[in-house]
Design a protein around this ligand. Structure first.
Ligand code: SF4
Length: 65
């Protein structure tokens, strides 16, 4: 059974395949980064916990599109 948010179970850790060639594919990295940024933009739950989101939004706002 996988743990869910709010569960008291230990979280499931998924290893990062950093030795695979696909890990260093720039196009796939860009696609994954955009996917995660889109989720975070809609969520913003941890906005007050670290400087990541304000920096991300400042970066986005500094670009023409
Ligand atoms: S909790 Fe934070 S890191 Fe997780 S999706 Fe929301 S904004 Fe992104």
């Amino acid at each position: 059974m996988t743990s869910r948010e709010g569960s008291l179970d230990a979280p499931t850790r998924h290893p990062i395949a950093w030795r695979d060639d696909v890990f260093y594919d720039a196009a796939k990295l860009d696609a994954e980064m955009r996917r995660v940024f889109d989720i975070c933009l809609g969520c913003r739950r941890c906005f007050h916990l670290c400087d990541y989101l304000p920096r991300l939004f400042d970066l986005i706002d500094s670009k023409p599109s």
